[in-house]
Design a protein around this ligand. Structure first.
Ligand SMILES: [Zn+2]
Ligand SMILES: [Zn+2]
Length: 580
């Protein structure tokens, strides 16, 4: 979340980092050092260092800090500004760029160090820049352009208090352990193939199952709300996207497809909205027919820069629990409330805390959006009112709107306290207009419906990545690919073990039997590695008593239960989708 004070703190610490680097490596060339989400970085040229050098740089920063009592502003002429950076083409390029803003450029000085800067610092650096940590060294192209030279980037972070810094560092360490790509591979949930292509995940039986279960949860609630699924093709003509505006505003993300038999241009579909307008348009509609709700779980394809693809978090093929509601203006609030109710239920199932970002258009960049300011204002006010009336926690995000509508973006907090944007709810007055959609009102007049775009848990692929890290791979029983493993102590209990397995299978429970000739301990360890919720050990005593010895992953305790007692408790746990 943009927080000016935190940004100032972080950018100020980037100055301190540059000061330390310049003392230790006087030949290094400085470039830029902005605040970013969760920290800051500074890029240098002619600096050969690795992560091992960071403690030394940190120590230097602490050594310099006491002399930094304030940030003093100075103004230099363009020529003098360039003289400050002899032989540094990066700073010269920046000076030339800033020169359009005036004859003089601002420099900020702390202690013995100064740098070209527009400002945005803390007042008392020596008191405020205390709780920082340098995190890593990476390569980065000057201005992010791969045609430019590769520079050395040092990442760091700083927080106002030690507690916040410690929490963040713990979070980072824990997140590394929980990296969904690592756990996904351990659990065998999906794979990528060079023959298929980057960013195109292939789900195994286990991964496909989790994906389907998360979709079923949404489907179940949608059915209760009278929302049925439609199905639409994977490609559509360019004409469709020209009308929707995607062709103009979203072209770089579209995969184009060509026919062997005509010159028609097609695209793989990046979203379902334009197709759904055509289902709506297929019949004449009256005010009594509205709202018309269409859900679609079809696959979507978006072209992404190869360097930005990341496991299941960012892929080129994915789907969405997408729904479009065509309604009258007087129905908007009720429909939005239905969507927010559904979200509440789903977030509860996964155990996420959440809030909304009210994503508004950026009035300074009207070229990024469709439509007129008046309609934008109406949609934005309506969106905010729904949040206010429900007493929801929300914060504004200027410039975060879609090109056709403001958004309520669902921001969920996972078990590590990290925030993820999961899904959106949007009021769109423009797309129905562009496609000429209509209905006949009470007076027999033609009217344009409003289109609500709504997703709940967002993309099941991305959700899987988030859930893996949220649960550290230990899925609650209802989502676990294998819910129970049965381990006979020896071959003598094999018949009984099969009976237990069958009885659970009869209840549609996902159970496996491991009768490999390995010691029991090794098989238990293997089951624990797979994060299976329940391990049932059966020996002679269990076979005689028709019972099972249950080791629960959640409580780490072992309990002896009759087979029927265990079956009914786990059936209940699965049916209620309990978080365990
Ligand atoms: Zn600065
Ligand atoms: Zn949509």
């Amino acid at each position: 979340m943009p927080d000016q004070n935190l940004d100032n703190l972080r950018h100020s610490c980037a100055h301190l980092l540059a000061a330390a680097v310049m003392e230790l490596y006087p030949k290094a060339q400085r470039t830029i050092g902005p605040a970013i989400d969760n920290g800051f970085y500074f890029d240098f040229d002619i600096l050969k260092i690795s992560d091992e050098d960071l403690p030394k740089i940190e120590a230097k920063m602490h050594e310099i800090l006491p002399s930094w009592k304030s940030f003093e502003r100075h103004e230099l002429t363009l020529t003098d500004a360039k003289k400050e950076y002899p032989g540094n083409p990066y700073k010269h390029e920046l000076v030339d760029e800033f020169s359009s803003q005036g004859e003089r450029l601002s420099f900020y000085k702390s202690g013995d160090y100064w740098d070209l800067c527009r400002g945005g610092h803390v007042e008392h650096p020596n008191k405020q820049l205390k709780h920082f940590k340098l995190l890593s060294v990476a390569g980065a192209y000057w201005r992010g352009d791969e045609k430019n030279k590769m520079l050395t980037r040092i990442y760091g972070t700083i927080f106002p208090t030690k507690e916040e810094l410690d929490k963040y560092l713990w979070q980072q360490a824990e997140a590394k352990k929980r990296d969904h790509r690592k756990i996904g591979a351990q659990l065998g949930l999906w794979t990528f193939s060079d023959y298929v292509g980057a960013g195109l995940p292939l789900f195994t039986q286990k991964g496909a199952l989790i994906r389907r279960l998360t979709c079923e949860l949404v489907e179940e609630l949608q059915t209760q709300q009278g929302i049925a699924q439609v199905w639409t093709p994977q490609i559509a003509k360019a004409d469709l996207f020209k009308i929707s505006g995607h062709y103009d505003k979203y072209r770089e993300n579209l995969f184009s497809v060509h026919s062997n038999y005509s010159n028609e241009e097609f695209f793989l579909k990046p979203m379902n909205c334009p197709q759904h307008t055509q289902i709506y348009a297929s019949q004449s509609r009256s005010y009594r027919d509205l709202p018309i709700r269409m859900a679609d779980f079809a696959m979507l394809y978006r072209d992404e820069k190869p360097g930005e693809l990341l496991g299941l978090s960012r892929t080129r093929s994915f789907s969405q629990d997408d729904c479009h509601i065509f309604c009258r203006e007087d129905q908007i609030t009720e429909e939005m409330n239905m969507a927010l109710d559904m979200t509440q239920k789903i977030m509860q199932v996964y155990g996420f805390k959440y809030k909304y970002r009210l994503s508004l258009h950026d009035p300074e960049h009207p070229e990024k959006y469709l439509g007129d300011p008046k309609t934008w204002k109406k949609a934005e006010q309506l969106s905010e009112k729904v949040l206010k009336d429900r007493g929801m926690e929300y914060f504004p995000g200027v410039g975060e709107a879609a090109f056709y509508a403001p958004k309520l973006d669902l921001i969920a907090t996972d078990s590590l306290g990290r925030e993820w944007q999961l899904s959106t709810l949007q009021i769109d007055f423009f797309m129905p207009q562009r496609f000429g959609l209509s209905y006949i009102d009470e007076k027999g007049q033609k009217q344009t419906p409003v289109m609500l775009h709504r997703a709940i848990s967002g993309s099941p692929e991305r959700l899987m990545a988030i859930l893996i890290e949220h649960y550290a791979g230990a899925f609650p029983t209802w989502l676990a690919p294998i819910q129970i493993i049965v381990l006979p102590i020896s071959d003598r209990q094999l018949d009984y073990a099969h009976k237990v397995e069958q009885q659970l299978k009869d209840q549609n429970i996902r159970v496996e039997l491991n009768d490999k000739s390995e010691p029991l301990n090794a098989r238990v360890r293997d089951a624990e590695m797979q994060k299976i919720p329940y391990i049932l050990v059966v020996g002679n005593r269990e076979a005689e008593a028709n019972s099972v010895s249950v080791r629960s992953r959640a409580s780490k305790e072992t309990q002896s239960l009759s087979l029927s007692q265990f079956t009914s408790s786990i059936t209940q746990e699965i049916a209620t989708r309990a978080c365990n």
